[in-house]
Design a protein around this ligand. Structure first.
Ligand code: ZN
Length: 404
């Protein structure tokens, strides 16, 4: 009834019904449609006196003859149903729950679930203030929530008051506690200096959006394996061991699996005579990266990619950008693949391996995978494919690019 204008009173005609002070004579069964009309009109009580009298008479008859159903219709008990709701302040620091005064287990569950849900948003809020890179802050949030299994007791109970039929419960964000949780993650992944690997960017560079590369179509560089679903194997994932950010995609295939060109181009680098780094030297380079707070370009290019092939795609692949692709951690490069060799999309160029990784420096074949990335350059700087993509859509967007 709330929000609707009451229907106009309707004249009631009762078959063979006569009202008197002492007795009432009626048909034993009152038609359902009349009960309904009466119940509405009696409830509204918006009659002139005559009609009201008839209405009251009929009401008493109905109570006797068709109770209890009719009784329920004619004399509805007024119950104000309080629908549990919550209000959150703009910054997510204050939460107010409005619940029925008689609280049930279901309501407690509603509080629990809502607090968990909002915790994630509160963390994101604080991360957004700390990290400029949106996709990075989302990723760190994802890692934190995963580490804590969505169970961070970040809100503290403040008060509970009854107001009329409602119970009002207030919670407040425990900001120092949240900061304490977030800090180690920020220390590991979040410093702005850690974002770039190659320090060739200009300050105000804008990575190409997914729309810019929406028409890009590439061949998967490994056979029988698609884009991995795990965020940690995709671009923008933190790489704490070298204090950097992952620029590419890791395809986990067996050591020695065929690797092919993702697009046509000209080979610019092919490390035919690659020698693995001494383990201690690799560690020393990573220690230097740690001290810098980011991966220096020479350490990345000459040590961490291992035996690699770089293919220049010129300006053909993405309009307005020069593009080149990197195939890293190889165990073998086909002899005809030399700087200057023109390759077609899908050409076999080498075999996967684990060169440049720690297990390789220790003489094992563990952790073999193809690290693949596509670098895009314009006048403003250089970017990796996936940089600046919305983290929620990253996987599906890469999948679209690789749908052959
Ligand atoms: Zn990788």
């Amino acid at each position: 009834m709330i929000g609707c204008a009451p229907p106009p009173p309707q004249p009631i005609t009762l078959p063979n019904a006569v009202a008197s002070k002492d007795s009432v004579i009626v048909e034993p069964v009152v038609p359902q449609e009349i009960i309904s009309v009466i119940s509405d009109t009696v409830e509204i009580m918006n009659f002139d006196k005559d009609t009201l009298t008839i209405g009251e008479a009929v009401k008493s008859v109905i109570i006797e003859t068709v109770a209890p159903v009719a009784k329920e219709i004619i004399e509805p008990t007024i119950v104000i149903k309080i629908i549990p709701q919550l209000n959150t302040s703009n910054d997510g620091s204050q939460i107010t729950f409005i619940l029925p005064a008689e609280i049930s287990a279901e309501h407690l569950q509603f509080i629990d679930e809502s607090l968990n849900d909002i915790s994630e948003k509160a963390i994101q809020h604080i991360l957004n203030d700390s990290i400029q890179d949106d996709s990075l802050s989302h990723l760190i949030n994802h890692i934190i929530v995963k580490d804590y299994e969505s169970n961070i007791p970040s809100y503290e109970f403040v008060s509970a008051d009854i107001s009329g039929d409602s119970l009002i419960i207030q919670y407040e964000l425990n900001k120092p506690f949240i900061h304490q949780i977030i800090k180690p993650y920020l220390d590991a992944y979040g410093y702005p200096e850690q974002k770039s690997i190659v320090p060739l960017f200009t300050k105000d560079h804008q990575p190409p959006t997914f729309e810019t590369v929406a028409d890009l179509s590439l061949i998967l560089p490994c056979e029988g394996i698609s884009v991995p679903t795990q965020a940690l194997l995709l671009p923008n994932a933190p790489r704490s061991y070298r204090h950097g950010i992952h620029r590419g995609i890791d395809f986990y295939v067996n050591w020695g699996s065929p690797v092919r060109a993702a697009a046509g181009g000209t080979v610019v680098r092919a490390d035919h005579h690659y020698k693995e780094l001494p383990a201690e030297f690799r560690k020393k380079l990573l220690a230097e990266a740690k001290r810098l707070g980011h991966t220096p370009s020479d350490v990345f290019e000459h040590a961490l990619v291992g035996q690699a092939i770089y293919i220049d795609h010129g300006f053909d692949l993405v309009p307005g950008y020069r593009a080149y692709s990197i195939y890293a951690h190889l165990s073998h490069i086909n002899p005809e693949i030399m700087p200057g060799t023109v390759v077609n999309a899908g050409d076999l160029i080498g075999l996967s391996g684990n060169s440049g990784t720690e297990p390789s420096t220790l003489g094992t074949r563990k952790g073999a995978h193809l690290h693949w990335e596509l670098i895009l350059q314009d006048a403003g700087g250089e970017y990796y494919l996936g940089q600046g993509f919305n983290s929620k859509d990253l996987y599906s967007q890469l999948l679209k690019i690789f749908s052959e």
